[in-house]
Write a protein of this length. Sequence first.
Length: 167
Amino acid sequence: MLRTSVPEEILDAPGTVRAYKDLAKVERAFRCMKTVDLHVRPIHHRLEERVRAHVFLCMLAYYVEWHMRRAWAPLLFAEDDPADAAQRRRSPVQPAARSASAAAKASSKKTPDGHTVHRFRGLLDHLATLTKNTIQPTGDLPAFDRLTVPTPLQQKAFDLLGLKIPV
């Protein structure tokens, strides 16, 4: 039995189950926002404007993460064809069904173009290995910065975000 404070007549209205499940996604996002994914340490504020600013920054960070997850869905253990997944689900109260492409990624651990499928945190860790090195030649020559060459996975991740990596 579903325990909720929402009155039963509202739960029985058409489309309400889907909306309630969407609300569950929002609640899950708030639970993990500052610990699992964003790693924001607890900050205690006493002034209302600082509390509002802190909440705004947390929501902005989560919004950026949400966009990254959507753009990187082809590289992640994530649903990358929501229309197919929705079509495979007969009722919104049934557990979510994977699309054919998401099921193929999960079983092979590879994307259609041969990249290894990652979890979001693992992909971020891999991207963190792209570094900028400052090179100081001997003599009177000026120092200059040089980025490491991105791996094919790093390049694909930046391409999916529509970002160019300067070389």
